[in-house]
Write a protein that binds this ligand. Sequence first.
Ligand SMILES: C[S@@+](CC[C@H](N)C(=O)[O-])C[C@H]1O[C@@H](n2cnc3c(N)ncnc32)[C@H](O)[C@@H]1O
Ligand SMILES: Nc1nc2[nH]cc(C(=O)O)c2c(=O)[nH]1
Ligand code: SF4
Ligand SMILES: [Mg+2]
Length: 235
Amino acid sequence: MIPVMEIFGPTIQGEGIVIGRKTMFVRTAGCDFRCSWCDSKFTWDGSMKEDIRMMTTEDIYRELREIGGQSFNHVTISGGNPALIKDIGTLVDLLHAESCQVALETQGSKFQTWMRDIDQLTISPKPPSSGMNQNLTILDDVISQLDATKINLKVVVFDEADYQFAKQMHHRYLNLPFYVQVGNPYLEDEVNAHTSKLLARYEEVIDRVMQDDDMNHVYVTPQLHTLLWSNKKGV
Ligand SMILES: C[S@@+](CC[C@H](N)C(=O)[O-])C[C@H]1O[C@@H](n2cnc3c(N)ncnc32)[C@H](O)[C@@H]1O
Ligand SMILES: Nc1nc2[nH]cc(C(=O)O)c2c(=O)[nH]1
Ligand code: SF4
Ligand SMILES: [Mg+2]
């Protein structure tokens, strides 16, 4: 059984290596971290606990088709931390059998064997501003068990200390595609209220990276969905 917080889409993947890709989302409940700026706190802070549903793989697939019809062939699993949940392996298998690609968002604190089957696996180690202290020994261990050609790193940057952390992560895992993602401090959900402020923050991060010869082989990206819809749920 899989604890599901929400299923939505199709929408665009707003982040990272497949930014812009048409995709459905399955968001699991529960996280082993408590990031200060988490844009999905409702998955772990109890505020929406009555929305959590224990679902089978078949239930989830049925609901994906009810909502998305035939209008998708890509599903992103996020959370919370989906890597806490053993049973996601059967969902990945069913989606593949139904000709869907599967992406996963996780922070690299936990390994599951089914993570090897994910088509685009994004690992997002947490920088100082999150208030978390990412265990790098565990992160090394998780990454060492995965196929480097199927994983990428994405570090959220709010400030200079985060930027230095991003640099450290890039150089620790130089063989992995590396994404610097601009942090969103505007966690209310009014659509369009924050676009220009977010773009200004994006430009600041771009400026930092452009001047830095230690950061030549990286991608700098905004959260596209946040530019469009702020922190609205279910998009
Ligand atoms: C909500 S998390 C869920 C998956 C997993 N727990 C993780 O953190 O990777 C999905 C992505 O959103 C990013 N994220 C969360 N809050 C954010 C914020 N306020 N601004 C920018 N990115 C954020 C996370 O760093 C992560 O890369
Ligand atoms: N459109 C859209 N793209 C996303 N990429 C990562 C998301 C996430 O919350 O993990 C997310 C999300 O919530 N919505
Ligand atoms: S690890 Fe991800 S889901 Fe968990 S608190 Fe941090 S950003 Fe939120
Ligand atoms: Mg999100």
